[in-house]
Design a protein around this ligand. Structure first.
Ligand code: NAD
Length: 367
């Protein structure tokens, strides 16, 4: 078991506990943050698989709990679901001194976190992430949000959890594609700032993507350490936190063109492809050695993730560019891209010209 501390400067610090069998002892860890009761926000799939174990462990320390389950999937990050959730919390009678527990993937964490930020002007919440993506990314850092028809994550708040419990064992029920999708974010963390970690993931640690619990634990711990270091220094993305968007500007554009349909390309698959493109773009611009871009591609491909645009579909370069320019990360005239001088050496560039990016997208196979 490992404990990573997050924050300390900009916000109240909290622990991210990573280990095996944590759900069974969750009650004891959660007890200091709640009084006699709590609401567990989950989705129907996760509630059925892991809700009972969490409730039993809460009951063992005298905490009464009620599960509020939303339908699984991105569609639950909506005003309608937020309103229903608020109503359930009110009818359960939670007050300002109570806390809620988010048990699920990023969808549940984002929705429950926003509900916690808003309920009675803000109550505490605890994250029990159950997808690899949620364990290494969305449960840490305090970003919460819902979607609107105009775009994803456009309505939200920064609200840090009081505690995160990342139980590696709950990942054993996760569908393989979900695990691989989360693995893309793990690889991304190495690519941003830790070459040794990336090399480990490309070797022995690669067993994690095939479900090996020891490798998964190592991957989650190091990823959380990296994310904690970045968000601890820059909670609201004024600077360094933007590095976490490596692969996301290309990836989001591709996802948006595909209409964010899960079946077409999972988010992590888009991020993996986006990371490869960011490294190839960096190599094209003479910023990094082309052999490094090839090595990144080889490790990502070995994890079963896409590396080439053609694997995702057919795209018009001008449409992708328009999506990239419309991305919220764009500033002024130049395009903002996260680029790299090497593995573990990502940096923010705000001066990429649309003409260069367009030429690159065509070289990548876009029409
Ligand atoms: P998700 O929450 O939709 O979970 C994916 C699927 O896996 C769901 O069907 C869910 O029911 C199922 N599932 C979850 N845990 C399971 C388990 N242990 N066993 C079996 N099935 C399980 O998706 P996600 O990939 O975890 O999260 C995606 C969301 O996270 C997006 O909405 C994205 O915007 C958000 N996100 C937020 C941040 C942040 O900083 N807040 C960062 C990255 C992503």
């Amino acid at each position: 078991m490992n404990v990573v501390s997050v924050g300390g400067g900009a916000f109240q610090p909290y622990d991210v506990v990573v280990g095996r069998g944590l759900l069974a002892g969750a009650g004891q860890r959660i007890a200091p943050f709640v009084r006699g009761r709590t609401a567990i926000v989950s989705d129907e799939t996760v509630a059925a698989l892991h809700g009972p174990a969490l409730q039993v462990s809460l009951q063992a320390v005298g905490i009464r709990s009620e599960i509020i389950a939303v339908p699984p999937g991105e569609a639950s990050k909506s005003f309608a679901e937020l309103e229903r959730l608020m109503d359930r919390l009110l009818s359960f009678g939670l007050d300002r001194k109570d806390a809620i527990v988010a048990l699920g993937g990023g969808v549940v964490g984002d929705l429950a976190g926003l509900a916690a930020a808003l309920y009675m002007r803000g109550i505490d919440f605890i994250q029990v992430p159950t997808t690899l993506l949620a364990q290494v990314d969305s449960s840490v850092g305090g970003k919460t949000a819902i979607d609107t028809p105009r775009g994803k994550n456009l309505v939200g708040a920064f609200h840090q959890p009081r505690l995160v419990l990342a139980d590696i064992d709950v990942l054993s029920t996760l569908p393989e594609r979900q695990l691989r999708s989360g693995w893309a974010e793990v690889l991304k963390h190495g690519l941003i700032c830790d070459a040794d970690f990336f090399n480990w993931l490309g070797g022995e640690g690669g067993a994690g993507v095939r479900g090996d619990p020891a490798a998964l634990e190592g991957a989650v711990v190091r990823s959380v350490e990296i994310k904690a270091a970045v968000v601890g220094a820059d909670e609201k993305e004024a600077g360094r936190r933007a590095l976490l968007n490596l692969g996301h500007t290309f990836g989001h554009a591709i996802e948006a063109e595909l209409g964010f349909e899960e079946a077409a390309l999972a988010h992590g698959e888009a991020v993996a492809l986006g990371c490869c493109m960011a490294f190839r773009y960096s190599a094209r611009q003479g910023l990094c050695d082309p052999a490094i871009a090839a090595r990144v591609e080889a490790v990502i491909a070995a994890a079963g993730l896409p590396t080439r645009l053609a694997e995702a579909g057919q795209f018009a370069a001008s449409n992708l560019l328009a999506r990239m320019a419309g991305d919220k990360k764009a500033e002024g005239g130049g395009l903002t891209l996260i680029l790299a001088r090497g593995i573990g050496e990502a940096f923010v560039s705000k001066t990429e010209t649309p003409e260069t990016v367009l030429a690159f997208l065509k070289e990548e196979g876009a029409a």
